[in-house]
Design a binder for this molecule. Structure first.
Ligand code: PLP
Length: 392
């Protein structure tokens, strides 16, 4: 069988290829270079691209005119660090204690804050998940109520490793029952859940990262309630109303508008789901008793992610290399752990065995996935996978 027709990229949770509109812009664009803070023509040209993006985001995400800000940054890692440390600093300035509630299945940019907050005299509280990667709202509410001071709950809307979705209604329940501020990590939402462009402004902030939806890397944006008490971490020239100082990345910011416009106008959730379900079914049949789909019984899963765990040692890097040679790019878990064979922290937290947590595969489809792509992927898996199963 001829395996390589063309390469298939199935690692959209790690990063997305550039959108066509961004590629066209980069190919044909007359790049503005002015500093957007400058008042002469070159500066105003740059400011115009940022303002257009700003207005587009306000419209797309129906952001209320009053009470909410948007600021651009270098990506979700920076934004989450700035918000968490910024709230801790604010609490210190008021003689208060800061309590940060997070889940061990959140992204490392969230989880690693827990290490630093005690050094600043504050506290981080980990929230556990069940075997489907879901949280118990009553337990969280009680945990939050037990603490006094300034509180923030990080709510990961879509898990990057498993595709488990936590509906925003869950976060709203916590918010309504407590005096906690809520930050939503929406990095994995665009193009991967039906309602990705419909946030609820009962919650306090949402963070997005441009490279996950086809815009340039090293840029992102956060939607923020003006009520959230924090001291922004990036201090300097006072750009972006002081929320994130530093000269704006004009091209990167404009790429957000281009990519989201394209995603929004071409988004076909039912097609993505149909293709994902077809591949998942085929993989389940190939795996038999030797592996399973992670969080298959979760009450809400996203449109694009299939995480498989194996019951025996498959040497994940070798399987990924074999799939790569056959023309298929998939990942063994969180993007940042590629190349290092460690058990997935997320899968361990969900109660999976060390062996299963070490032997996993993550397939994450793009918004323009086709039936032909899935047929080609199925062919590749059906040749490569049996060599890595116990029966081989
Ligand atoms: N949060 C989630 C859920 C993610 O998946 C990622 C990246 O993988 C991040 C945060 C960090 O995003 P960035 O690459 O923009 O720093």
């Amino acid at each position: 069988m001829k395996l390589i027709n063309r390469r298939l990229y199935f690692d959209y949770n790690a990063t997305a290829p550039l959108s066509e509109s961004v590629i066209n812009y980069l190919r044909n664009g007359v790049f503005v270079f002015g500093n957007p803070s400058s008042i002469y023509t070159e500066g105003r040209e740059a400011r115009k691209l940022i303002s257009e993006t700003f207005d587009f985001l306000r419209q797309l995400f129906q952001i209320p005119i009053e009470g909410h800000e948007i600021f651009f940054h270098s990506g979700a890692t920076e934004a989450i660090n700035s918000l968490v440390k910024g709230m801790a600093m604010y609490a210190s300035s008021q003689g208060q204690k800061f309590h940060f509630f997070y889940s061990a299945v959140d992204h490392s940019s969230v989880v690693k804050q827990a290490l630093h907050l005690p050094l600043l005299g504050h506290e981080a509280h980990s929230i556990s998940v069940d075997s489907n990667g879901e949280i118990d709202l009553e337990v969280i509410i009680q945990k939050i109520k037990q603490q006094k001071g300034l509180k923030l709950f990080n709510f990961t809307q879509v898990n990057n490793e498993t595709g488990v979705v936590w509906p925003l209604e869950w976060a709203i329940k916590v918010k309504q029952a407590t005096d906690c501020f809520v930050h939503v990590d929406s990095v994995q939402a665009p193009g991967k859940i039906v309602s990705w462009a419909s946030p609820s402004y009962e919650l306090d902030s949402y963070t997005f990262s441009a490279h996950k939806f086809g815009a340039l890397k090293g840029v992102g944006f956060t939607i923020l309630s003006q009520n959230l008490p924090w001291i922004p971490m990036q201090m300097g020239g006072g750009q972006q109303k002081g929320l994130r100082a530093g000269t704006e990345n004009t091209q990167g910011i404009y790429s957000i508008k281009l990519a989201l416009e394209e995603l929004h106008s071409t988004f076909a959730p039912q097609t993505i789901k149909t293709q994902k379900d077809a591949l998942e079914l085929a993989l389940e049949k190939m795996l038999g008793a030797e592996g399973q789909i992670t969080a298959k019984k979760a009450s809400h899963r996203n449109l694009n992610t299939i995480n498989i765990t194996f019951n025996h040692d498959i040497k994940g890097e070798l399987l990924i290399a074999a799939l790569d040679l056959a023309g298929l790019a998939v990942s063994s878990g969180p993007a940042c752990s590629m190349g290092v064979s460690v058990a997935s922290r997320v899968l361990l937290e969900m109660g999976l065995s060390e062996r299963m947590a070490k032997n996993s595969l993550r397939i994450s489809l793009g918004p323009k996935i086709t039936e032909e792509d899935i047929a080609q992927a199925r062919d590749i898996f059906s040749v490569v996978l049996p060599k890595y199963l116990d029966r081989a």
